[in-house]
Design a protein around this ligand. Structure first.
Ligand code: URA
Length: 233
């Protein structure tokens, strides 16, 4: 790919702006040699203002989403993209969230520009577990886990019942819920269906992937083994 197109697709500027940067000589190889548009330099050896380029197409990253941020590229409130470098929201192909978390849900949120990977992660067929920590308004009654595990729970305005989900009670009003699908407001609607109300919701894990020591509002790239490991869960 020509350098102008590569840099524009990574969000470094419009083609015109990027062309100007190349003429200014701020796009170089690792040794500092100025590159022209037709350079055949490998992605990892290109420098922009002396810094390595953002990751190439096929990137997967995770964010520890704080509450109060919306999973959208355009919305009125605060957007999860504001927590990433500005360039990331200008990338082509677009860097999408892998599914969504509600504005008031915190925790593990993945982003990728690889549409095929995204669909494999969210498809219930691939059985990638999504694990949520739930805090409820009222004490659990004891019947919830069996209802969620039944594979028969039908949410309002849905045409098919929910797939079996596992609930483990962790306190009087707290639980860990493992889902293999991601319907609209699913956790909140599940607890509403059993007469409770979700007060706080946090996604702690997807497959074997946890947030580790990633603090709220921070992001990091996934390693290749983390990325592939998610599909083998
Ligand atoms: N279920 C919900 O209700 N909200 C989320 O953000 C994720 C799962």
């Amino acid at each position: 790919m020509r350098l102008i197109k590569l840099l524009a697709n990574l969000g470094y500027g419009s083609r015109k702006e990027v062309q100007k940067y190349i003429r200014m000589g701020i796009v170089t190889d690792a040794e500092g040699n100025v590159l022209k548009d037709d350079a055949k330099t490998a992605h990892e050896d290109i420098r922009f203002n002396e810094r390595p380029l953002d990751p190439a197409h096929g990137v997967v990253l995770m964010l520890n989403k704080p509450t109060g941020y919306v999973c959208s590229l355009k919305d009125t409130g605060k957007l999860v993209y504001e927590l990433l470098p500005h360039r990331f929201s200008e990338r082509k192909p677009v860097l999408s969230t892998v599914g969504r978390l509600d504005s008031e849900t915190s925790g593990l949120l993945l982003f990728t520009d690889d549409g095929d990977y995204l669909h494999r992660i969210i498809s219930p067929k691939n059985h990638v577990a999504k694990i949520y920590e739930v805090t409820l308004a009222r004490p659990l009654e004891g019947h919830e886990a069996a209802i969620f595990a039944s594979g028969e729970l039908m949410l309002e305005s849905e045409k098919t019942p929910l797939k079996p989900a596992t609930m483990e009670q962790t306190g009087e009003k707290t639980a860990r819920l493992t889902l293999y699908e991601g319907r609209y407001h699913q956790v909140r609607r599940m607890f509403a269906a059993v007469g409770n109300h979700v007060e706080a919701l946090h996604r702690a894990q997807m497959g074997d992937l946890t947030l580790g020591d990633l603090r709220p509002g921070k992001w990091r790239l996934l390693t290749a083994s983390e990325r592939d490991g998610l599909l083998q869960g």
